[in-house]
Ligand binder design. Sequence first.
Ligand code: ZN
Length: 430
Amino acid sequence: MPDPADALSTRIANKRDDLIALTQELIRIPTLNPPGENYHAICDYLERRLRKRGFHCVFERATGAPGDSDAYPRWNIIARREGKRAGDCVHFNSHTDVVEVGLGWTFDPFGGELKDGRIYGRGACDMKGGLASSIIAAEAFIEECSDYAGAIEISGTADEESGGYGGVAHLAQLGYFDPKRVQHVIIPEPLNPDRICLGHRGGWWAEIETFGEIAHGSMPFLGDCAVRHMGAVLEKFETDLFPAMAARHTEMPVVPEGARSSTMNINSIHGGQGEPDEESGALPSHCVPDSCRIIIDRRYLIEEDADGVAAEVTGLLDGLKASRSDFDYKLTELNRVVPSMTDKSAPIVTTVDQAIRDVTGKPPEYVASPGSYDQKHIDRIGKLKNCIAYGPGILELAHKPDEWIGVDDMITSAQVIGHSLFALLTPNKT
Ligand SMILES: [Zn+2]
């Protein structure tokens, strides 16, 4: 008798044309975020497909979430298919939104063109290819093992690219990721078919404003220059903060290697009056700036915590207040995201590890993400720790022009996902 897991792999490989068409159709629904377009349309599309395969579908709008409006409602879909008997629920979560197109495309960003084994389009790898792979894997599994235990869930969620508050965070608040109803979560973000992503670093965002006193630009000594005060802040960052951050290393397997230390980006700086419109030809008036603002993006490690990260920055600013005459500042925290890291011994990790070995013949590589994704909400709000990101596609192609997903990669990932379903939901397998 053929091995049922092998039969499942063959069945998935035979669905190649269906997988390509599904990926193309998902790409052709332009779910741009911002502003958050066509969320209902893509949920409708998924509902039409999954209902036919026996899934019960629920739509949830994140009314009142950031960005939600009647013009741009934040719609999410949760599709669930019960098995024949009690058992675990395996949930696949994909975000349906894509980032702006940008310049430099040689393919139609919403055309879904297939060329030389690659499907091109915005969201091809991040992450409509992953969504399509998980759907094909689930459908093949249902056909092959119709008497499975537990349940399979597939969600398509909004706004991951803008923090996930209108998507996974909202569903987690409603209890969809309660460990009593969902036991295993795979997020098919683009990480290559042979890598398991255990989690991500944390983030802390803040605006810092320095103050001065406005005066005529010809007599700056009569005022106080807020930009020079900000210069002192930036110098403190260079001499104290950046070296301290670079010296900290994490146990998390973050890729690329440079992100295994703490990092900080200075997103923007603005001081004084607004720059005149380029076309206007107007000259600026001569004023000493009384305000200068920067926005910082501090990514921190699982070994650090957000309060400590904030205290480190305010400590430097308070030091300047003590040492520099007329220095004053205001710090406004904009957002914080906790790091998340699933234990390597968690059942979803050991299951997918074995599935990768079975399908590819090689052990997986373990990674963690430098930036965050929706795992943070499943972990912190849902209190569900048995969650990984695993899916096809090359992370470096995400958000770039001519983004693509390889069909072979999608097949391999779908086979790994299929094997994982087989291991988790057919406890009586031989
Ligand atoms: Zn993504």
